[in-house]
Structure formats: structure tokens, C-alpha cells
Design a protein around this ligand. Sequence first.
Ligand code: UDP
Length: 333
Amino acid sequence: MSVSPLPCVLVAGGAGYIGSHMARMLLESGFHAVVVDNLTTGHEQALCETTFRQGDIGDRAFMREVLREFEPQCVMHFAAASLVGESVAEPAKYWRNNFVQTLNLLDAMLECGVRQFIFSSTAAVYGNPVEVPITEQHPQLPINPYGNSKLAVERALQDYDRAYGLRSITLRYFNAAGAHPDGTLGERHEPETHLIPLVLQVASGRRPEIARFGSDFPTRDGSCIRDYIHVQDLCTAHLLALRKLADGAPTNVYNLGNGNGHSVNEVIAAAREVTGHPIPVRDAPRRPGDPPVLVADARRARDELAWVPAYPDIATIIAHAWLWEQKLAGQRR
Ligand code: UDP
């Protein structure tokens, strides 16, 4: 039986990058957030004043216990492996972590009568775009096991709604970036592979240079273009989705991006402005599986969820990430 009088949301993967921002936002918005995380990639220090249970989201007996104890109205699912390159080398890890474990979580939810679910999906479900900006109707033909494992869950969710009445909102993130504006929470992957944190590690002196993966793409300056979306804006969309599901909305899918593309060169230039550091660049070969341009058409989220990103500007996204990087770099000194 739930002990809190507040509406409860279970945050699977709440010690990770996006999940930890979400848990904090839920708390600040008057919810009781219960975090479940096995801490394999999440960090205990990222937990805010929430209830925490350590364990696997795919452990049905454990999840049943947590769900029965807290009776959440909804489960938000951030716990996943999310490195494209690793997924190509180790597809079994991706199918197990992202697909099998999620099915176990869904089954535990059904056993406990929890029937609202918000799923973190990805632009990787679209594969190589045939049309940009990318709408939700764009063909879904992933080109790596990461995208395949996420799309498989999306398909399962449609079937689970039809058969079991489990309603879900799937949010397809473009490039999650930035950090909490107060600089106390941010991205910490080991190893780090993402562009913005790596560029900022150069600025803080933790790396000598940034490798630019490809400079001969068919784009305005030859480097890849991505749609960077602030982590707080992703979380706001989850809050709106939570309310939508609570109001009885049917299962649906939304892209989350700003609709503005920034090239690798533009990101580096913006980071030079923000940090005042020259940030040396080394040219490196293209990374396998990188499409030249990924930009969202997120009008559906704007129209149906009334979602308006608060930090669409790349300089602000980088400035918040820079506050966080300075904190991390300071801890290492
Ligand atoms: N990138 C780069 N150097 C790096 C890391 C990333 O040039 O050290 C490029 C990458 O090829 C892609 C963009 O930056 O075009 C964003 O990559 P990231 O890994 O941050 O996100 P992804 O688009 O893979 O989700």
C-alpha cells in the first residue's frame, strides 16, 4: 500500500542521466517519485530526495514487490543501454536489456494493475532518413540493434494496449543534451561518447582535442547535423504526457526535438563562445551508421501535448552542460 498521499510515479532508471532529472522534476511538481535502478550505469549521487529501490527492472518478483508497495499511477521507463556502436558489437545485450527486460517490466505492471506507461524511445527507430525534418510517420527502418530493440518495444506496446488495455506514450528523443540549469545534475557516462560532453571535457582540460567524425557529409559545412534537445525539455514533455495519460488519452508516439539542426562544427563553435577555450579539432573518419542529418518535426508534441521547449538555444544547452562539466572536472582535481 502506498504510504505517500501524493500521486506516485515509478521512474525506472532514475539514477541515470535523463531519469535523474525526471525524478527531481516530479518531486518539484508535487509527485512522489519512486526510483528503481540497478546502478550499473546510473549513479547513486544523482538520486534526489526520492524513494529508491535498487534492482533490475526485468526482475519480475522484485518489480511486483515495488509496484505493490507504492501503487504508482504510471511507470516512466528510462532504463536502457543506448550506445549505437556497442549495440552493433553486442546485440544480445541490447535485445536483453532493452527488449526482454522491458517485457518483464510490462508483465509485472499488468500483474499489479498498473496500466499507464511512458517509454523513452529514439530517433534511431527511423534509420537513414528519407525525409527531413522527420515526422512520426516517417518509415521506421532502424539500421542498428539499438534502434531495433527500441522499435520492438514500441510494437509490443501497441499490442499490449489492444489486448490488455495498457496505455502508453512513446517519446522518441533526438539528441538529449544539457544539464540542470543550477549545475548540480548532468550527464556522466563512462566511457563518454557524446559530442557535447566530450567537447566540454576539452575545454576543461580533461582531453587534448575533439575528434570530428567526418567532414565530407553532404551538409552545409561537411559535418553531421543533429537536433539537440535540452534534458529539462525532455522531462517537461514527460510531465505533459503523464497528465495526458491520466486524462485517458490513447496510446500515442511523439518526437521530441527542437526542429533546429546544428552541425558538429557549429556545436564546437558555440562551445568556444561559451567556454572561451580554443577547443582544438582533429579530423577523424566517419563513425559507422551516422546519418548526415537528423532533425525532428515535433509539431505533434507541440500541438497535442502543448509542449514548448524552454531551452531551444544551443548556447544555453551548452552553457548548462558547461556548469556541470566544471563541477565534474573540479571533483577530479
Ligand atoms: N561526434 C563527433 N565526435 C565525437 C562524438 C560525436 O564528431 O567525439 C559526432 C557524431 O558523429 C554525430 C554527432 O557528433 O554526428 C552527435 O553524436 P553523439 O554521439 O553525441 O549523438 P548521436 O547522434 O550518436 O546520438
